[in-house]
Write a protein of this length. Structure first.
Length: 275
């Protein structure tokens, strides 16, 4: 069961934070902690990215090891799991609380937790369900999944909730990554469907912008039904199996007529079965 925490009010004693990684997401995260008054030390493999944050009050460390030494709470937001391992290779993690917000697989998250524990750190994994413009904007609806040490989550939940709401999903270290990748997979499939729809009408001489709005409205209307695939309530649908099968065949024939690749439709044919 998840434990959701919204952004807190300002803390009377802001926790020092170290952040490794200043890409678009890392920079957005950094600005929220600075705005909330947290002493922030940052490091990035490309050193120039810290200059603007330095003007906003961040301390820019010359090395990742130096950045780690500056704070009890160390947060990584890097390209991939290998980047995290490389960045922390020379750092002393003894007594640190390490929160990894880098997108990873569940197995990588479990391995990273064991690796961190062996080096004297407590570990918490995170999966960010937001894009950079949503960070620090509560009404945007972004949040971060967390899994692993409940003790670490409880100790830092107010700090972690500054950039976006938090959802604690369990002590198994790979759960946040699993939730994250599962939802991203659903999103990618949705985007693929939208691209397929656009390809079907590309040469039809229609208003592309207006069609895009129709696609967005249709997907929004259908969105509640997607819960059924993950154990949610099954919507009432009087469509018979024969009608659904005929509909799938029509989708395939139309794609063929329009010269659009049918791989996506073949993969999703019969997707309503078993709901």
């Amino acid at each position: 069961m998840s434990d959701t925490t919204a952004a807190p009010t300002a803390s009377t004693s802001p926790t020092p934070v170290t952040l490794l990684g200043l890409g678009a997401m890392g920079t957005a995260l950094a600005r929220t902690w600075l705005a909330a008054g947290h002493p922030l030390t940052v490091w990035n493999r490309s050193p120039g990215r810290g200059a603007e944050l330095a003007r906003e009050g961040a301390r820019v460390a010359a090395t990742a090891a130096e950045a780690v030494a500056a704070s009890p709470l160390v947060i990584t937001c890097l390209l991939d799991d290998a980047s995290v391992r490389a960045a922390l290779a020379d750092a002393d993690l003894t007594g640190k609380d390490l929160v990894d917000l880098t997108t990873s697989t569940p197995a990588e998250s479990r391995d990273r937790a064991a690796w961190a524990n062996e080096r004297g750190a407590r570990f918490l994994d995170g999966g960010i369900m937001a894009i950079p413009p949503m960070i620090g904007v509560p009404e945007a609806g972004g949040y971060v999944f967390y899994s692993g040490s409940r003790e670490v989550f409880d100790a830092h939940r107010e700090v972690l909730a500054v950039p976006a709401a938090t959802k604690y999903v369990g002590e198994e270290f790979g759960l946040a990554a699993l939730y994250d990748v599962a939802l991203l997979s659903a999103m990618n499939a949705m985007f693929a469907g939208a691209r397929h729809a656009a390809a079907l009408v590309a040469d039809a001489g229609i208003d592309q912008e207006a069609f895009g709005a129709l696609v967005a409205d249709w997907l929004t209307a259908m969105a509640p039904a997607t819960a059924a695939y993950a154990g949610g309530p099954v919507p009432e649908d009087p469509t018979s199996a024969a009608v659904a099968e005929s509909g799938d065949a029509t989708l395939l024939r139309t794609a063929q007529e329009q010269g659009v690749d049918t791989a996506l439709l073949i993969a999703s044919a019969g997707s309503m079965d078993g709901m």
